[in-house]
Write a protein that binds this ligand. Structure first.
Ligand code: DHB
Ligand code: FE
Length: 285
């Protein structure tokens, strides 16, 4: 059986890729952000996950506005990155695990998620930057990319994304191979890249989101998508990826680490690490 050992939420701002390429991790601007990954590195070195299921949103590299699935799951043994025009190096390809992807796809469709299945899928900065941040030596685990539309409205609801994560978790329980799985949610927190509110950041709302995501994620489903846009900014809706990640943590969840730093580029940058332990079995009376 595959086991979900934990979850990570992280920002995916492209300029982080330039900072990594230029070795700026210790510069005063970048230090408070990169330092937030040190506890994550230590935990990953101890836990050694075999697979990472990555919930993120594509920004036009793989899907565009003409054809944009609400939920799409990669079913390949390799996922390439390409130049997106941000001026950052193209990342090396991430390994995939097509057999595991198909198992998850079967579970999702069985649970009523009419997802798009992608045997060929490019991954953009929303996948590669988090992998670079978490495994700076390039030794990434195999991934199952799950793409959530946070770009073109109508977007899926907060509750639907939480349920998507839960469905992935249910599928993993019935996978015959003994694998340690990490779930990752990327993007956010509050930010808006264009329009009248460009540069918008909402520290209070970000804090509330992180607090409730940890202890009571269900409570966050009270926010509609228009409310989320209002409170977190037009691109702050990337928090949907974090909701899916959190939904996949169905055991006893402990927050091991949190970092919040404003700004990285136009974004309130946040990193969280959760541990997910199997729920204690009730003893027979
Ligand atoms: C930025 C943030 C994003 O989430 C993104 O996808 C691209 C750019 C930014 O703050 O620069
Ligand atoms: Fe983004």
């Amino acid at each position: 059986m595959a086991r979900i050992i934990g979850g990570v939420g992280t920002t995916h701002v492209p300029s982080i890729g330039k900072a990594i390429a230029d070795g700026k991790q210790h510069d005063p601007y970048w230090r408070p952000f990169f330092a937030g990954f040190e506890p994550v590195h230590q935990w990953l070195a101890q836990q050694k996950p075999d697979i990472a299921v990555v919930f993120s949103n594509d920004h036009g590299l793989n899907f565009f506005l003409d054809k944009l699935p609400t939920f799409a799951v990669g079913a390949a043994n390799e996922y390439r990155n390409e130049d997106e025009g941000w001026g950052i190096p193209v990342a090396h390809a991430a390994k995939g695990d097509a057999a595991l992807s198909w198992h998850i796809i079967n579970g999702l469709v069985g649970d009523g998620f009419d997802i798009t299945m992608c045997q060929d899928m490019l991954v953009d900065h929303a996948v590669t930057i988090p992998l670079q941040l978490m495994w700076p030596n390039g030794d990434w685990p195999s991934i199952v990319p799950v793409s959530i539309n946070t770009v073109q409205h109508p977007l899926p609801a907060m509750a639907r994304c939480l349920e998507l994560g839960r469905s992935v978790a249910r599928a993993l329980v019935t996978y015959p191979k003994d694998l340690k799985v990490l779930v990752i949610g990327t993007g956010g927190l509050s930010h808006q890249l264009d329009g009248k509110r460009a540069g918008f950041i909402n520290k209070d709302f970000d804090r509330l989101c992180m607090d409730q995501l940890s202890g009571d994620p269900e409570a966050l489903t009270r926010y509609s998508i228009p409310q989320l846009v209002e409170l977190a900014g037009a691109q702050g809706v990337e928090f949907l990826n974090w909701m899916a990640m959190r939904g996949a943590l169905c055991g006893t969840v402990s927050e091991l680490h949190r970092n919040y730093h404003i700004p990285i580029s136009n974004t309130a940058a946040a990193t969280v690490l959760y541990e997910n332990r199997p729920k204690q079995q009730r003893k027979a009376a």
